[in-house]
Write a new protein. Structure first.
Length: 302
């Protein structure tokens, strides 16, 4: 019986003409309510936006710095190579093919013992003796954090006499990456807490000032979402404006970092600037709207 009623309602609903003008009026009224709420907040709006802008500036500057540090670490990682010294009579070409099949190995360069010996003789005066140097392979790894894995795999090969790489440099690069990534996550959490707290307190004041008006709207049967959306939009607008103001100091930071990249001849991370800006606006709007929503749930029973 209930299923037949629902099907009848759906059929009737299909034949009811949609009044687009009414829907536009509702959207207009919601927007007007949002701006009216902002007017009611007064000069506090400026304090809220500048505070959010300062918080987002710290996040944006750190996030942009993180991308640059990662780029520097990646470039340093690219120069890291494992030097593999082969035993006498080992087929260096066959061994290099075998090493290329190891996971995370990007490139293997063969240095014949004759070439190494000739270069050494050009650099220093060596008496006429037999070549004591072994064939050498320079193994390049895709990422610094994978160098220990590759080192362990190569070490198991029976044709390998000895191995070496800049172990301390690799550890420092890994440590630097971990510190930067952890700090960025920590700052995102702080940004979320501060932004949501500020918006939460602001929306609470708006709700208190409109308490009687909201109660009348509820008694009149106004939709809960009609009451909620202007408040959520107000929080989102604070986040958007805060991100907009944060662009000014962020551009200064980006220009400084670009100059550092140019000085060290290290390419700037691709789309780094755009990624930071988009993330900053996304977080500002998300945390702004989220702070409003939490305040509504806490202080407005609709």
């Amino acid at each position: 019986m209930s299923n037949s009623k629902q099907s009848i309602k759906k059929k009737v609903k299909k034949h009811i003409p949609k009044d687009w003008l009414t829907e536009l009026r509702i959207v207009y009224r919601i927007m007007m309510e949002t701006f009216n709420d902002i007017k009611r907040t007064g000069i506090v709006n400026l304090v809220i936006v500048t505070t959010i802008a300062a918080i987002l500036t710290i996040f944006g500057a750190l996030f942009r710095t993180t991308l640059s540090v990662s780029a520097f670490a990646h470039e340093l990682g690219n120069v890291l190579e494992i030097s593999v010294y082969l035993k006498p009579n080992a087929d260096s070409v066959a061994v290099s093919r075998r090493m290329k099949k190891i996971e995370h190995v990007q490139k293997v360069k063969v240095i014949p013992r004759e070439k190494s010996w000739n270069e050494l003789k050009r650099e220093i005066d060596i008496p006429d003796i037999d070549n004591p140097l072994p064939d050498t392979l320079h193994v390049k790894v895709d990422k610094p954090e994978n160098i220990n894995y590759v080192f362990g795999k190569i070490k198991t090969l029976s044709v390998v006499s000895d191995m070496s790489y800049a172990q301390e440099l690799a550890k420092k690069i890994q440590f630097l990456n971990q510190i930067v990534n952890t700090t960025t996550i920590f700052v995102v959490i702080i940004v979320a807490i501060l932004t949501i707290t500020i918006i939460n307190n602001t929306i609470q004041l708006v709700i208190q000032s409109r308490k009687d008006e909201i109660e009348i709207m509820r008694l009149m049967g106004v939709s809960n979402w009609y009451i909620k959306i202007p408040l959520i939009m107000q929080g989102a607008l604070y986040g958007f404006l805060g991100a907009e103001f944060a662009l000014i100091p962020l551009n200064i930071v980006q220009n400084m970092l670009n100059n550092v990249h140019k000085f060290f001849l290290i390419p700037t991370p691709l789309f780094a600037g755009n990624l930071v800006v988009i993330t900053m606006f996304f977080l500002g709007i998300l945390f702004g709207a989220g702070g409003s929503f939490l305040s509504i749930k806490k202080h407005l029973q609709v």
